[in-house]
Design a protein around this ligand. Structure first.
Ligand SMILES: N[C@@H](CCC(=O)N[C@@H](CS)C(=O)NCC(=O)O)C(=O)O
Length: 221
């Protein structure tokens, strides 16, 4: 049975999973959970995702939530198809450790600030009428010195976990592409040529272009 992705089109977390499904050329059925009407807090959703959030997947009866865990599951299960190397083989202990390191970097040094900025500056404006521009700016101000460190890392290696593209690079796309809506060239910045090089390449990936504006079921590749 085809894998089912439950999500919401404007959800950055749903896009984090959808881009990996496309990279790995995994056909999937997309089911919309309407966050705007509170569908994510209904008992049938809470049974699958106890925090009442999206995304989650069902794969032959196997239910999984948390976008990063889902992405890793997909990249591992479908290692032999689509884009190669998004996760290293578990037997490569050092590459796996470097991926874990980069995954922690993304959560602790990037997403905590980028997601906050997007929530305060973009989501609040779109769904609740008014942005909190001061809170968005504070989050961006906290993100900036972290990106200076990204620049140092990306000067030495092509991607965040080493010289191979992995899932963690893709994880930056859903929030990073919304930062310009806050009037910021945070990631595409001449003062950070290696971040800009990395970021430009990521944004041009076919898998991202396929889902950036809309997520739809895919029957076959
Ligand atoms: N850590 C979770 C976060 C999930 C999350 O916050 N999802 C958002 C959409 S991007 C959501 O469902 N928000 C509604 C809510 O929290 O009530 C993941 O990565 O899957």
């Amino acid at each position: 049975m085809v894998l089912t992705l439950y999500g919401f089109p404007f959800s950055t977390c749903t896009k984090r999973v959808a881009v990996v499904l496309h990279e790995k050329k995994v056909p999937f059925k997309y089911v919309n959970i309407d966050l705007a009407t509170g569908e994510h807090k209904k008992p049938e959703v809470l049974e699958k995702q106890p925090f009442g959030q999206v995304p989650y997947i069902e794969d032959d009866g196997f239910v999984l939530y948390e976008s990063r865990a889902i992405a890793r599951y997909i990249a591992t299960k479908y290692a032999g198809q689509g884009t190669a190397g998004l996760v290293p083989p578990p037997t490569d202990i050092q590459a796996s450790a470097k991926l874990d390191q980069a995954l922690s970097i993304e959560v602790a040094n990037y997403d905590v600030y980028a997601a906050k900025a997007i929530y305060e500056g973009v989501i609040k404006k779109k769904f609740y009428g008014a942005a909190d521009e001061a809170a968005a700016k504070a989050a961006i101000d906290s993100l900036s010195p972290k990106l200076d460190v990204y620049e140092k890392i990306l000067l030495k290696q092509k991607y965040l976990a080493g010289d191979e593209l992995t899932i963690v690079d893709l994880f930056h796309l859903p929030t990073g592409t919304l930062l310009p809506f806050l009037g910021l060239d945070t990631l595409d910045n001449a003062a950070m040529p290696n971040v800009a090089r990395w970021w430009t390449e990521l944004q041009e990936r076919q898998a991202w272009l396929a889902i950036k504006d809309d997520i739809a079921s895919v029957e076959t590749y």
